[in-house]
Design a protein. Structure first.
Length: 79
């Protein structure tokens, strides 16, 4: 999957719709709805990330959106 700035981006195989990812690292976690196929990713839940971090994560997810949407589709078969 995707890693950046010490964070891990995860799509769980037994997760629910809509298409989303979990961003985990340094005792923090957030989930972003991908809004496939065009985005932009939207913050859904945030535990301990600051506003700057959330914005930076959103930008990185937007850059990787085609790959993340395809990965969601490969695992779940739908958005």
């Amino acid at each position: 999957m995707l890693r950046f700035d010490g964070l891990r981006v995860v799509i769980y195989p037994n997760d629910h719709r809509p298409a989303h990812v979990h961003v985990i690292g340094a005792g923090k976690e957030a989930s972003f709805v991908l809004r496939c196929p065009h985005g932009p990713p939207e913050l859904r839940v945030n535990h301990r990330f600051g506003l700057r971090e959330v914005n930076r994560i959103g930008e990185r997810l937007a850059q990787a959106l085609p790959m993340l949407c395809e990965e969601w589709r490969a695992i779940h078969g739908h958005h």
